[in-house]
Ligand binder design. Sequence first.
Ligand SMILES: [Zn+2]
Length: 119
Amino acid sequence: MRIEISIFYGFDMAKPGNKRIIQKFGRLIPFLLTEFVDQILLSFAIHYMNREGEKPFACSCGNRERFTWKTQHGKRTQILTMLGKLKIHQMQVECKDWGRRLLITRHRKDRRPVWNYHR
Ligand SMILES: [Zn+2]
């Protein structure tokens, strides 16, 4: 699957001193990583939601196929990665059978990020 990421990062800067430039760059890294993870997870979630058949998540009623989007940019949730903690957007879908809403950013039972949850 091809992922295309677009990132905008704006900030104020009074003078272009070396120390200030490096400090700004230090703040850019966690922002870039969060955006990177967010946009990749969203790309896959959209792919799974548009695809016919089973999803990599399930409702407690047993439904694995019929869901509608509730939000693609919900409240942020913290996840732990090998590069530190990130606060990514939650994504929520609704089961078309029972109307139950579920967060797909994390797997319901073991709390692992959904991108680790492949059968
Ligand atoms: Zn259901």
